[in-house]
Design a protein around this ligand. Structure first.
Ligand SMILES: Cc1ncc(COP(=O)(O)O)c(C=O)c1O
Length: 416
């Protein structure tokens, strides 16, 4: 079986451009960035240009945004959780968030009784929720799917959350949290949407758009309109959808080629693109991939619509592709900056390398127009969030087709 299975997006431009919605326009992007800038610990994350690698691969330029440095969380997800909480409180207080900094908002939020924010997570979003809850002086409950590495649960407990690893896959864990949140009156803050639950996920996506706002500034003279390809990794697709929509709006509807990459065992967007009618397709089963952040079986319907309207296509990728990306980013060519990129962070770069170097993908390279004139943007969305697996990939020979013996299953709640 090939390590990359490509599906061209037959629906592109046929379904109207959902990416153009006002929810993701440049104004909303700037509001999110401005709020984040007022938060404690905010710093723009680095954008590295890998000049030597682009020479090796025969490309014009390659950029990697390093989200491992985001708020000290080792992943980008805190952007979404913090912005959604801020919007939630602004709604409760009936104020316009854009008029408030983080400190001003915090000053208005009643301390008692605390709001309990709950979520299901592969790890990174839950850490973002736990961290943001602590910053807003509230509480959180975080549940993780079966097989989650202990280090991910520990990372959440550090921020004062209650947490547990369930014996269910990601989607079933989301259902479970939905149910217990309803029973307990918790505020379920999930990074995917479903019928009747769209507002908080949309705020989360708006929070992610800060990444694009920063990149636009960091590219200086070139700006995003000078980028020819952007490769985006997807779990449920909220991140990729938010990035695609922000880029679409920022480039006045003339975005670069947008390529979406997913793990083969959780390639729900790839399968949706393959479907006859273009409706979201859910992948069932254990979704077993070392790319924990991307191991999601059901597309976020709102984001699927965005990606369907603007993406060039969807690549279903073996874990080994991500392993290649992790090794290259951690052991850069020549003077290129080193980027510690975890399993879900490195898939786009691994995909790029494979397509440029493996003859098997010569046609795909041509179809995508990847050549010496190309300027490619990738976002490394996490650092070594599973340090044990990171080391075994980068130091060892692990290619990650099966999961590490990471998590112990727990039914009792830890922490709090
Ligand atoms: C590091 C990392 N990258 C990418 C993603 C993908 O985000 P989404 O599920 O919105 O597609 C996740 C999701 O948890 C993640 O943790």
């Amino acid at each position: 079986m090939s390590s990359i299975i490509w599906e061209v997006n037959r629906f592109k431009n046929e379904v109207g451009v959902r990416a153009a919605s006002a929810d993701h326009d440049t104004d909303e992007m700037k509001k999110a960035e401005s709020f984040h800038k007022s938060m404690p610990g905010y710093d723009r994350t680095p954008l590295a240009e890998l000049k030597n690698l682009s020479d090796v691969l025969g490309l014009g330029s390659i950029y990697v945004k390093d989200e491992s440095e985001r708020f000290g969380l080792n992943a980008f997800k805190g952007l979404g959780a913090s912005y959604a909480m801020a919007k939630y409180f602004a709604g409760r207080l009936d104020i316009e968030l854009a008029d408030f900094t983080f400190d001003e908002l915090l000053g208005r939020i009643p301390g008692h009784p605390p709001v309990i924010f709950s979520t299901a997570t592969d790890g990174n979003h839950g850490k973002g929720v736990a961290w943001a809850s602590e910053l807003f002086k509230q509480k959180s409950r975080v549940y993780m799917p079966e097989g989650t590495a202990d280090s991910r649960l520990d990372a959440v407990l550090e921020y004062g959350a209650g947490g547990a690893v369930t014996e269910m896959n990601y989607e079933d864990t989301v259902e479970y949290v939905r149910e217990i949140s309803r029973k307990n009156g918790w505020v379920h803050i999930q990074d995917t949407s479903w019928e009747g639950y769209t507002e908080l996920p949309m705020y989360i996506m708006q929070g992610y758009m800060t990444i694009i706002a920063e990149i636009e500034g960091q590219l200086q003279g070139r700006r995003l309109s000078g980028v020819s390809h952007i490769i985006l990794q997807a779990g449920v697709g909220s991140f990729a959808g938010a990035m695609a929509a922000a880029v679409y709006n920022l480039t006045d509807g003339r975005p670069p080629h947008i390529i979406v990459v997913e793990p083969q065992r959780a390639d729900c967007l790839h399968r949706s693109a393959k479907s006859e009618d273009g409706r979201p397709v859910r992948v069932h089963g254990s979704l077993d991939s070392m790319m924990a952040g991307l191991s999601c079986g059901a597309p976020n319907p709102a984001d699927w619509e965005i990606l369907k309207s603007v993406a060039d296509g969807f690549a279903s990728c073996a874990d080994s592709i991500s392993a290649t990306g992790m090794r290259i980013l951690g052991n850069p060519a020549g003077e290129d900056s080193k980027v510690i990129s975890g399993e879900s962070g490195a898939l786009p770069l691994g995909f790029l390398y494979e397509v440029m170097t493996n003859e098997e993908y010569g046609n795909l390279k041509e179809e995508l127009g990847l050549d010496a004139g190309s300027s490619v943007l990738t976002i490394s969305t996490e650092g070594d969030t599973d340090p044990v697996n990171y080391r075994s990939v980068v130091w060892g020979e692990r290619t990650g087709t099966d999961k590490m013996d990471g998590g112990k299953y727990m039914t009792e709640i830890k922490g709090e």
